[in-house]
Design a protein around this ligand. Structure first.
Ligand SMILES: Cc1cc2nc3c(=O)[nH]c(=O)nc-3n(C[C@H](O)[C@H](O)[C@H](O)COP(=O)(O)O)c2cc1C
Length: 265
C-alpha cells in the first residue's frame, strides 16, 4: 500500500471486527508507528495501554455502553451535537462537513428533522432507543479484540501552557500514524468517546486502567481486523464527505481562497 492509498482509504470503522486476537507483532507495529510521530524537542510525551484482556475490555465496554445510553437519554448528545447532522443531500453538498443522515427507516424520512428534536428524542428514549444504542455500543467495544488507551505524561502535558498544546498536537500525530498503520494491517479503528463526555465515567475508566497520577488519559480506541462483510451500524457516525479546496485553503493571505481543482488522491 502506498502512502497515498493509505491516506485515501483511511476511515473510521464503526462496525464489528473479527473476534480473532490482534497479533502481538501487529500490536507492536502500531506502537512503533506511533512513536515515529514528531514531538516537541523529541519529548515523546505519549504513553499507550494495549488492552487485550477480556475482563478489562468488558469493564471498558460497560462504561462505553452506559455512557452512550446516558448521553442519549438525557438529551445531551443531541443538543451538543445536533449542529453536525445534515438532513438533506443539498445541505451536505453545500457544507460538505458533518454527518449525513441517510440511513433512517423510509417511514421516518419525512420527519427526519423532528427525529432530532428534544421532544421526539424524549419519546424515542422512552421507547428504549437510548438503551438499544447503548447496548450496540457496549457489544461493539466488548467484541473488539484490542482496545488502546492514549495517555500523556504530565511532566510535559500542562494544560493552558504551550507545552500542553504541543503535547496535544504530538498525541494527535501519533494517533494518526496508528490509524494509517491499521489500514496497512487490514484492521479498523474507532474512537470511544462517550465516557469522556461524562466526567465521573472518565474517572471510573482511569481507575479500571489504573492510570497513575503522573499520566493523563487522553483517548481510548477500539481496534480489530476488518471482516470481509461489513454491516452499517444503526447510526453511522462517520462521513466520506470533504470540503472543497476553496472552503479550507487560501493563497498567500486569508483574503484569497484557493481555486477548486479535481482531487489528486
Ligand atoms: C477528535 C475526534 C473525535 C471523534 N469522535 C468520534 C466518536 O466519538 N465516535 C466515532 O465513531 N468517531 C469519532 N470520530 C471520527 C469522526 O467521526 C470521523 O473522522 C469523521 O466522520 C470522518 O470520517 P472518517 O474518519 O471515516 O474519514 C472522531 C474523530 C476525531 C478526530
Amino acid at each position: 500500500m502506498t502512502l497515498r492509498e493509505a491516506i485515501k482509504t483511511r476511515k473510521t470503522s464503526n462496525g464489528h471486527f473479527e473476534p480473532r486476537p490482534v497479533s502481538i507483532e501487529h500490536q507492536r507495529m502500531l506502537i512503533e508507528a506511533a512513536e515515529r510521530a514528531p514531538s516537541h524537542f523529541n519529548s515523546q510525551p505519549w504513553r499507550f495501554v494495549l488492552i487485550d484482556d477480556p475482563l478489562v475490555r468488558s469493564k471498558v465496554a460497560t462504561i462505553g455502553g452506559r455512557t452512550m445510553t446516558q448521553l442519549i437519554e438525557g438529551g445531551t448528545f443531541f443538543t451538543r451535537y445536533r449542529k453536525y447532522f445534515r438532513f438533506s443531500e443539498e445541505e451536505m453538498n453545500e457544507r460538505r462537513d458533518g454527518i449525513f443522515i441517510d440511513q433512517m427507516p423510509l417511514a421516518l424520512r419525512p420527519f427526519i428533522k423532528q427525529v432530532f428534536s428534544d421532544n421526539v428524542m424524549n419519546v424515542l428514549s422512552k421507547l428504549g432507543v437510548a438503551r438499544l444504542l447503548g447496548e450496540d455500543n457496549r457489544k461493539l467495544i466488548e467484541g473488539s479484540p484490542l482496545l488502546l488507551a492514549v495517555l500523556l505524561t504530565k511532566e510535559e502535558y500542562k494544560p493552558g501552557e504551550l507545552s500542553g498544546y504541543y503535547c496535544t498536537l504530538s498525541a494527535g500525530m501519533a494517533i494518526e500514524h496508528i490509524w494509517l498503520m491499521t489500514g496497512d494491517l487490514g484492521m479498523g479503528i474507532q474512537f470511544i468517546s462517550t465516557p469522556m463526555e461524562i466526567p465521573e465515567a472518565w474517572q471510573e475508566l482511569k481507575r479500571v486502567l489504573e492510570v497513575p497520577d503522573d499520566l493523563e488519559l487522553m483517548a481510548v480506541y477500539r481496534l480489530g481486523y476488518l471482516p470481509a462483510e461489513k454491516q452499517r451500524p444503526r447510526i453511522d457516525w462517520r462521513s466520506d464527505h470533504r470540503k472543497k479546496l476553496s472552503q479550507i485553503a487560501f493563497r498567500n493571505t486569508c483574503a484569497t481562497p484557493e481555486a477548486d481543482a479535481p482531487s489528486t488522491l
